[in-house]
Write a protein that binds this ligand. Structure first.
Ligand SMILES: Cc1cc2nc3c(=O)[nH]c(=O)nc-3n(C[C@H](O)[C@H](O)[C@H](O)COP(=O)(O)OP(=O)(O)OC[C@H]3O[C@@H](n4cnc5c(N)ncnc54)[C@H](O)[C@@H]3O)c2cc1C
Length: 359
């Protein structure tokens, strides 16, 4: 039984620790603050294949994410449920009806034998009869497809509970100042020695390597995403084009209100991660472009998080959503990784750690 340190108590660290414990290792998880308190609790709350990543050609990622989505659906039916999402088709839209149809056809194929229903066409009339009151001008109809919605904070803490039950020792408020390729971990003035270390610190992964003077060929692109919460109910999810941009934004039902997000703004991990006034205006304008206008008074909250993305494109919208695992001696660093794909990422981590431990 090997002693493994996992650093970072976001979803990728939690799932990796759980998987390593299930593989029979003696695992300690170190979290600087509290579990699931950073990126992993500021997501769009979707367990999804990532329909839009098909446009970037990320087919292996989408296939894996769809399998992971279905895994989550079988694990916790209280915190994860299917969600209908509509893509309205407007005459003046950037993406034509046939393009959406092709993407959704592929999405269904990649989902294989998923229990979620395949996409379907909805007539203009049926969309206009919904309580959400989509704007009618130019509306031709829309496609409905399914993904899953979750409570990220609760589901992440549920996974941490499972990790604990599997034997993981969880140390919160335990910042790691330095790590070394020989398995050393520096915590509160002590040097602790492990057989292997997993650096799963999300947006801070590259920073921890730099602070530890470990050179790395990979770089992280840290990209803020913000959400607005509107005090209005919504009957289903929508995936909407932003006029004049390649981007799309989700408008989702969330705990009796409406969640609108997200944005893509580069920022360093050292500065406070908050939804700016400009992002608030941008998201509200997007919502008002499609639905009966909401005023700023109806904004009941906002939040922001920092995506850890592999540096791969000057436009963050086109940046790869794939992850990479980088090995330095007994140290494995996780670069990137979606919430949805944390189970398959954790399995990869366990395989790599096993290879690192092999004589
Ligand atoms: C706006 C937004 C919306 C998103 N929506 C979705 C979505 O709907 N579905 C989806 O699948 N994905 C989504 N994602 C992506 C997903 O949320 C992230 O990729 C994922 O949560 C990253 O998890 P993580 O564990 O790598 O990082 P984090 O959750 O940030 O965890 C890293 C942890 O490491 C800790 N840490 C850092 N440095 C140290 C140190 N030195 N010592 C100890 N601990 C340390 C931090 O405190 C933190 O808790 C979204 C991301 C954003 C930003």
């Amino acid at each position: 039984m090997a002693g493994i340190a996992v650093i970072g108590g976001g979803i990728n660290g939690v799932m990796s620790a759980w998987e390593l414990a299930r593989a029979g290792h003696c695992v300690t998880l170190f979290e600087r603050d509290t579990l699931i308190s950073h990126t992993s609790r500021t997501s769009s709350k979707l367990l999804h294949g990532g329909l839009r990543y098909l446009e970037n050609g990320e087919i292996p990622l989408v296939r894996r994410a769809l399998a992971d989505r279905d895994w989550w659906l079988t694990q916790n039916s209280k915190l994860v449920h299917p969600l209908a999402i509509t893509l309205p088709v407007y005459r003046q839209a950037r993406r034509k009806r046939w393009q959406l149809k092709a993407g959704l056809w592929l999405y269904d194929r990649l989902a294989g034998t998923s229990a979620l229903p395949p996409h379907q066409w909805l007539t203009r009339q049926s969309l206009l009869s919904s309580k959400d009151h989509l704007h009618a001008q130019g509306l031709q109809g829309g496609y409905r497809y399914f993904d899953a919605q979750m409570d990220d904070e609760k589901l992440g803490n549920w996974a941490a509970g499972q990790a604990r039950l599997a034997g993981v020792v969880i140390r919160e408020h335990a910042p790691i100042s330095r790590i070394a390729c020989d398995g050393s971990v520096y915590c509160s003035g002590q040097i602790l020695k492990f057989d292997a270390v997993v650096n799963a610190t999300g947006p801070w992964a590259a920073r921890l390597l730099t602070d530890s003077t470990i050179p790395c060929a990979f770089a992280l692109d840290t990209v803020r995403g913000s959400h607005l919460l509107l005090a209005r109910p919504l009957s289903q999810g929508y995936l909407l084009e932003v006029a004049g941009e390649r981007r799309v934004v989700f408008v989702l039902p969330w705990q009796g209100q409406t969640l609108v997000g997200t944005t893509e703004i580069r920022q360093t991990p050292d500065t406070p991660v908050q939804c700016s006034d400009a992002e608030t205006r941008y998201l509200l304008a997007l919502y008002n472009h499609y639905f009966p206008a909401a005023s700023e008074n109806e904004i009941s909250g906002s939040y922001a998080g920092l995506r850890p993305l592999l540096k791969s494109h000057r436009d963050p919208n086109r940046a790869q959503r794939e992850h990479a695992l980088i090995r330095h001696g007994c140290l494995l660093t996780v670069f990137g990784g979606k919430w949805t794909t944390s189970p398959s990422l954790a399995r990869e981590v366990a395989v790599q750690v096993q290879a690192m431990l092999a004589p």
